[in-house]
Design a binder for this molecule. Structure first.
Ligand code: PMV
Length: 314
């Protein structure tokens, strides 16, 4: 039986998280070697639409059209696609989702699953979809995970290119002419992104001037970081990461553990380090050279007791 497959990458936010929700630019890059794949096969007539998604559900899920699907990202993605194609009756197919992207770790697992699923469904049903349309659809599903997402996750994953992203404007993708290396370490604990985003919003309401100033500074750092990437100025880039981390701390989205891990990465030879994504847990990223990478990698792996990924940007 023919299988239709489609995949999508993970992502990392390099600069500008949180400030991006409030109109400042952010930079994010795809993680091409960490992917989610959706495989679809036809099922016997009358079998309906079933989904297996290890890591999300231990059971095989049966899709039926229902308003309650709005609470389930997989079902909501499917209902959006079927509505877009004006298909009333769910097709008899089985969808199998495999993901290498850790769930809820700020690597874009949610957006990658939706993107791979939409691509595979559309292809299997012999339709096509443009990137812009796909991006809009995945953004709708992202709202389930994040409440009021800026749209950066879906954009970097759908386009699978580094993006300089400003909420509400057309995505600006850019090429990284000089590749650089980052280590990605998991702090081992998590806070849902909608919680930290909500807390930053409250802080902004309480102290508009002070917090607005922090957002502006993060925006400036992000613009300088883009220049540093283009000039391959790694020492400037590392310093900008440290500065961005300090400002995220002021926004209360870092915590002791993240601060400690970033400090440890710098001490082991990283040029710079910062949290990445929603914060209060999740991931941190450390800028390294081929020489320093093994030292920083083993320091972080020993401390976190978790696998530390080395990724090349560009
Ligand atoms: O937790 P993540 O990696 O999905 O990143 C969230 C990024 C925020 O800027 C905090 C929120 C957003 O919607 O942009």
């Amino acid at each position: 039986m023919a299988t239709t497959s489609a995949s999508a990458s993970g992502k990392l936010i390099l600069f500008g998280e949180h400030a991006v929700v409030h109109g400042q630019p952010a930079i994010a890059v795809p993680l091409g070697n960490l992917r989610t794949t959706a495989n679809i096969e036809d099922s016997p007539p009358g079998a309906g639409l079933t989904i297996s998604a290890p890591g999300i559900s231990d059971d095989v899920l049966h899709y039926t059209p229902s308003p309650a699907n709005k609470n389930n990202a997989l079902f909501y993605t499917i209902s959006q696609v079927l509505a877009q194609l004006s298909i009333q009756q769910p097709p008899d197919i089985h969808v199998d989702i495999e993901s290498q992207i850790p769930i809820g770790a700020g690597m874009g697992s949610g957006a990658a699953i939706s993107t791979a699923l939409v691509r595979a469904l559309i292809r299997h049903l012999e339709y096509s979809i443009g990137l812009e349309e796909l991006n809009t659809l995945v953004y709708e599903v992202e709202k389930i995970h994040h409440g009021t997402p800026s749209g950066i996750d879906n954009t970097v994953i759908v386009y699978e290119k580094p993006v300089f992203f400003v909420r509400g404007t057309s995505p600006e993708t850019f090429a990284v002419s000089h590749a650089f290396q980052l280590l990605v370490a998991d702090a081992g604990h998590r806070t849902p992104t909608h919680v930290t985003v909500g807390d930053v919003r409250k802080l902004y309401e309480q102290k508009p001037k002070q917090v607005g100033e922090i957002f502006t500074q993060i925006g400036d750092i992000t613009r300088q970081a883009r220049e540093a990437i283009q000039k391959n100025d790694l020492s400037a880039l590392g310093q900008l990461m440290n500065d961005n981390h300090a400002l995220l701390r002021e926004l209360t989205v870092s915590d002791e553990r993240l601060d400690q891990l970033c400090a440890m990465a710098r001490k082991a030879g990283a040029i710079g380090a910062k949290l990445s994504g929603g914060g209060r847990g999740g991931n941190l990223i450390a800028l390294v050279t081929p020489d320093s990478a093994p030292f920083v990698q083993s320091a972080l792996a020993d401390e976190t007791d978790q696998k530390v990924f080395l990724t090349t940007v560009g």
